[in-house]
Design a binder for this molecule. Sequence first.
Ligand code: ATP
Length: 365
Amino acid sequence: MAQIKIENLRKDFGAFTAVQSSTFTVEDGEFFMLLGPSGCGKTTTLRMMAGLELPTSGRIYIDGEEVGQKPASQRDIAFVFQMFALYPHMNVGKNMSYPLLSQGMSRIDANARVAEVARLLGISHILTKPVGGLSGGDRQRVALGRAIVRNPKAFLMDEPLGALDAEFREHMAEELRALHDRMGATTVYVTHDQLEAMQMGDKIVVMNHGVVEQFGVPQDIYDWPASMFVAQFLGSPPMNFLRAHGLVGSGADSLALGEARITIPAQREGLSGDFALGVRPEHVRLNDSASLRGEIIATEYLGTTQIVTVRTSFGEVKARVASDQKVAVRTATGLHLDARNLSVFDAETGRALRSVANQGVLGLG
Ligand code: ATP
C-alpha cells in the first residue's frame, strides 16, 4: 500500500507541454481517478507515476521517497493497460505465474499465490484454459490477476475497461471497485468517462490541456466546480450557464439577470463585470410565477425524468423535471433556480468565485 504525491509535475515533448505543473496527492488505499478529455495529459501523468516516462520537472513521491528519476522496475507499482497484453501461447495460470517466476519465486509458491488471486477474481475454473478463447471480461480479469499476484504497492490503470461494450463495462467497473474494497490497494485509474469517475472514485483529478482544473471528492467537484470547464465536463446534461453582470452595491453585491437580482453575500473579489451563473438541470424548476421567463423549445423523455430546454434572454437552460409534469413546447414558462445550488463564474477567466462556493448559499433577490 502506498501514498503517491505529485508536486509541480511537468512534461514537455519538444516544444509541446503535455502536463503543466500538476500537484495532487493520492492517499494510501484510495481509488483515485484521473479524468479529462482526450489529449489532456492523463496517460502522460500516469506513465510518469509508473516510471515509463521521465518528468521534465517536478517531483513524484511514493510513501515519502522521491522516485521521479527511478526506473519503473524499482517503484513496485503495477501498470494495467487498456489492451490486455497477455502472452497468447500460455494458459491463464501460466500468464499469471509468469511475473512471479521471473522474479525468482519457486513454482510451488507461485502456484499457491496464483490460486489465491484466482479465487479473489473468481477465475479459478479457467486457470488451465488458453487465453485465446477467453471473453473480453475474463481476459481483463487475467490481466488484473497478473498485476495483483506481485502484490505491488499500487495499481495504475489506463482506461482498463475501454475495450469493453457499455453494458459489460458497467459490470466490470462494479467488480473492479468491489475488488479494490476487498484489497484496499492504492489505485490510480485513468478515464475520460465522467460517470465512471464519479461512480468509482474516492477522489477525482480533472485535467484539461495539461492543467489540473480541480482535485477533490466526486460530490464536491460535481456540486462546486472550480471552473466552467469542470462544470460542463461533469453531469449529463451539463451545468447551465446564464449570462449575468455584477452590480457593486453598498453592503451586499448582486448579480443582475435583466430585472432579477441575485444577492451575493460578502464578495471579497468584488462583483464588477460579466459573470456566468451556473445551475445544474436538477436545480431548475418550471414555475409559472417565477420572474425569470423563457420559452420551452424542446423536451426529451428519459423514463422517470424529462429534460426540458427553455430559451431565455440570458441563454438556454435545461431543466430536469418529473416526466409526469405536463410541458408543452412553444409555450412560455417561468424558471425557478434553487438558490442553494448556484455557482458563479468569472465570464472572462471561467474560474468560479470560491467565496460563493464556500458559503454554498445565495439569496435570490
Ligand atoms: P487519451 O485519453 O487520448 O489517451 P490523454 O489525456 O491520456 O489522452 P496523453 O496521452 O497524456 O493524453 O497525451 C497528452 C498530449 O501529449 C497529447 O497531445 C499527445 O499527443 C501528446 N503526447 C503524448 N505522448 C507523446 C510523445 N511521446 N511525443 C509527443 N507528444 C506526445
